[in-house]
Write a protein of this length. Structure first.
Length: 168
């Protein structure tokens, strides 16, 4: 076996790793890979080995019916709703920007009308967007309740911070 310089520097390799590497090397030298029964055949990856055996049939039926577990469907609904929220913020910002640009060439009476329109649009947007964000938090709560994996839970939205960012 060739000298491994990395074993001389730092911590030595654990004994089990050395034994495992030797056994693998001996197996390869004895022609082990050529003796495999399924050599050259594709692996069957349709079954997820991490799904408990009692849930495999249910997962297969759901996959064949092209449906997903509740928490995944709710997660898709959350993403769709948040996309609509972002689109409404973009549309509001575009409309406000368009009116602010019109202020530069407007007369005094036109400027008053534009200012009133800007304020009214902002007030309507804030009320509607507050409702949209509250619904998003409701959907996020539903998702977090249904999701079995704690690491996938989503953070609730800070409504006031989101509104301030949208109106700014």
């Amino acid at each position: 076996m060739p000298l491994d310089i990395s074993s001389l520097v730092g911590e030595p390799l654990p004994p089990w790793l050395i034994i495992a590497e030797r056994r693998i090397q001996e197996w390869i030298e004895d022609g082990g890979p050529s003796r495999l029964s399924n050599k050259g055949q594709p692996l069957d990856l349709t079954e997820n080995p991490f799904v408990p055996s009692e849930l495999r049939m249910a997962h297969r039926v759901m996959k064949n019916a092209d449906i997903a577990p509740d928490w995944i469907e709710i997660g898709r609904e959350v993403e769709t709703h948040l996309g609509r929220c972002r689109e409404s913020v973009r549309a509001f910002g575009h409309a406000q920007r368009h009116d602010r640009l019109g202020l530069g060439t407007a007369t005094a009476t036109q400027a008053e009308a534009i200012q009133a329109r800007l304020a009214l649009r902002r007030d309507h947007f804030v009320a509607a967007h507050r409702t949209r964000l509250a619904h998003a938090n409701f959907l996020i709560d539903r998702f977090n309740t249904a999701c079995p994996i704690a690491g996938l839970h989503r953070m609730r939205l800070d409504v006031d911070r989101e509104l301030a960012a949208a109106v700014a």
